[in-house]
Ligand binder design. Structure first.
Ligand code: ITT
Length: 200
């Protein structure tokens, strides 16, 4: 795949994971910072896919090359699917990843229903107006305490039952092999391959 893509995210954790997975799939990527871009996109969509497409289109327009965006979040059954699309804003602007994890743990105190899943929507926008999309999901549970130091975001409290570890206790490779983002990007790579083949 010869074309170069910009990853439309300012989240360093996502950038690391998307970069590693896509490079492994033969997709050449650069970050917004590599291009001197800081595009702040308002996430006004009501779904992960809508927000991913808003980010991909805005960054593609700014960069002039195809852009790949990720909108993702943690959906907790006992919180009626929340924080969901509001995962990055959970608890308000003042909180960092550790603060959001602490808040989520405290709102789950005494709660025995711990089921949760991560969702990831990938959107890709091309300068000619074409778009591609893909989604991935990973089921798990909210842990009772923070565990592990790797990953980012809600990883220390997201228990992945098949390995009896949180995402923050997995290596980057182990996480990507089963994660919402790993699955969405694998599907996306297939769509991209078909799209690029159809161009030639
Ligand atoms: P960009 O919009 O710039 O990509 P963002 O962090 O604002 O960055 P989102 O709006 O998609 O991204 O919010 C995603 C939220 O879900 C954010 O709080 C992440 O930390 C969290 N999240 C997403 N994927 C995750 C993962 O694999 N592990 C842990 N937390 C994750």
């Amino acid at each position: 795949m010869a074309a170069k893509f910009v990853l439309a995210t300012h989240n360093p954790g996502k950038l690391r994971e998307m970069g590693a997975i896509l490079s492994g799939l033969g997709v050449e990527v650069v970050s917004p910072a590599d291009l001197g871009l800081t595009v702040d996109v308002e996430e006004t969509g009501s779904t992960f896919s809508e927000n991913a497409m808003l980010k991909a289109k805005a960054v593609c327009a700014e960069a002039g090359i195809p852009a790949i965006a990720d909108d993702s979040g943690l959906c907790v059954d006992a919180l009626n699917g929340g924080p969901g699309v509001y995962s990055a804003r959970y608890g308000g602007e003042g909180l960092d990843d550790a603060g959001r994890c602490a808040l989520l743990l405290s709102s789950m105190r005494g709660q025995t229903t711990r089921a949760a899943h991560f969702t990831c929507a990938i959107a890709c926008a091309f300068p000619n107006g074409d778009t591609l999309t893909a989604e991935g999901r990973c089921d798990g549970a909210i842990a009772f305490a923070l565990m592990g130091k790797d990953g980012f975001g809600y990883d220390p409290i997201f228990l992945y039952p098949p390995k009896a570890k949180t995402f923050a206790q997995l290596t980057a490779e182990e996480k990507s092999a089963v994660s919402h983002r790993g699955k969405a990007l694998a599907v996306f790579a297939e769509h991209l391959r078909a799209y690029l083949n159809a161009q030639t």
